[in-house]
Design a protein around this ligand. Sequence first.
Ligand code: PLP
Length: 295
Amino acid sequence: MADTITLLIEPLPADADVSRLEATFHEVDETAPALRVGELSTQRGDGIFETIGVVDGHAQETRPHLDRLRNSARICELPEPNLPQWEAAIARAVAALPPTGEFALKLVLSRGVEHGPAPTAWLHATRAADFGAARERGIRVVTLDRGYARGTAERAPWLLMGAKTLSYAVNMAALREAKRRGADDAIFLTSDGYVMEGPTSSVILRHGDVWSTPAPSGAILHGTTQLSLFEHLATTGRDTEYRDIPVHDLLTADAAWLVSSVRLAAGVVELDGSPMPYDAEETRELNAYLLSPRD
Ligand code: PLP
């Protein structure tokens, strides 16, 4: 069984009711050319994506990811995705992957090629990197100014801040800056000093018994992993809250994590060069939950 699968998808309108959805996508060789040079996704980053974790043959949180894909499409004024079609493509990909191990399954919906065909879509799944060290021993993090004040998303919706667009060059630059500063990852702050998110993750803090995360305003992505963890924490009797989090609260947290769909929960062991309290056992519990089958 191959460790990777790529499907090219002919995106259906959201309301299309097609009995044989499998006929609307086909497998391609990932090493062969598949996109036109006029693709707006590659030329302008004009498209949206999702990355879903697959654990032992189960695609985690498929529906929340597809709901977010639909929300990103709305923000970017892309045609609304046909969710049953994406579900069928995900099922086909997961069935083709080995039944054990962790994989990253990426969905892309692009504005397509200028003057058509548009939009274009594909799915690409590969074996996930080994995140054992980050999950077990934690990560060093630096805070970085995102350059926008609180409220920017409302004042300037064309910045598409709450959408998961393909334009990740800034996020990748932030990771490079973190590495330059001797860290593994970053937490973006608003220019007026509020916690936002990581370049590819959500931020969760614990102060005493209360777990918090920045309110999912239009300025950050609402993380599926954070949402799922908060449901788990609530059902196991822990207090959770969404709120505006000034940077000071990051410094005084009893624990902090960056959470995302494939790396899962990585505890922060160092913040801007200073040690952060870190509980390996607590982090292990979070990751055991995140590795269990979740819908
Ligand atoms: N915020 C940003 C900017 C991200 O890119 C991601 C994931 O890639 C997340 C948050 C976490 O989202 P999720 O938990 O759905 O992976």
